[in-house]
Design a protein. Sequence first.
Length: 265
Amino acid sequence: GDINDHQPMFTQDMFTANVTEGSPVGTFVLKLSATDLDGDSHSVLEFELRGTSAFSVDEEGNIVTAEAIDREDTVTHTFAANVRNPGNSKFDSAFVQITVLDLDDNAPVITLDPSSAELLEPQTLVSLSAALRLSDLDPDPSLAYAVVQVLHPAPGTLLSLVANDLISVAGNETSKVTFQGQAALADYQAVLRGVAYQDLAPEPVPVNRTVAYQVGSETPVINIELISAPGETHSNISEFVITIVNINDNPPQILLDTRNETGTE
C-alpha cells in the first residue's frame, strides 16, 4: 500500500495579499496552496500560522482576519505558514505578506495659531490665522473642501488673498468663503492662511466677531456648510475671535433742547 514518504509542499515561497483596514473579523484574505505526492490516504493537509495573532487559517488553507486591522498600527504583516500531514513531523514553510490598505478613518485637524486678533479702529483689515496648521494621520492625505465663515449676527466680510490653481474660491468678499478641489493639505493650508477679515464701517460695532473654520476630505453632495456633528471625513469646527477696539476719536457734542419754553397764559 501507499506509504507517507513525501512531505507536503507549498506551491510558492511567498504568498501576498491586501486587506482593507477596519475589515470585520473573519474577512477572507487569501488561500494557501500546497501539494502532496502521496496517495489520498496521506494527502490530508494541516495548516498553521506562526508569528501573527492578527490572522488565522482554517483546514482548507483560507487565511482570514482574526482581529481588528489598523493601518496606523501596522502597514505590512509578514509571518510564516506551515503545512504538514496530521500527526507527521514533516512540514514545509512559506512566507505570507499582507499589506493593509488605507481607509480614510482619521478626521483632518485644524490648529489655529494664533486663534484671536484685534481690529483697531481706523484699521479695516486684519489677517487671521497666518500660522494655521492642517494635519491628518491617514497616509498621503488630501482635502476636497474648506469653509471659512463669520458666524452671525456679525458684520464684516472675508477676503481670500492667496490663490491656488487646484482650489476654486466662492463667496469672496462675503461673510462665507468656500474652497473646493482635491488638493494636498499643504495647498489648503496656504490658502487658509491667506484669509483676512474686513470691516469697512466708519464706526465698527464693538462686538467680537467669531470666524469658523472647517475642512473635509470628501466633497459634500449638496452644499458646503459647516457640519457640527463629528465625522471621519471632516474636521471639527475651529473658531477664531476678532476683538473690535474703538478709539475715542469723536469729540463730545452738546445737545441743546430747542423746544419752545414760553408758556401760555
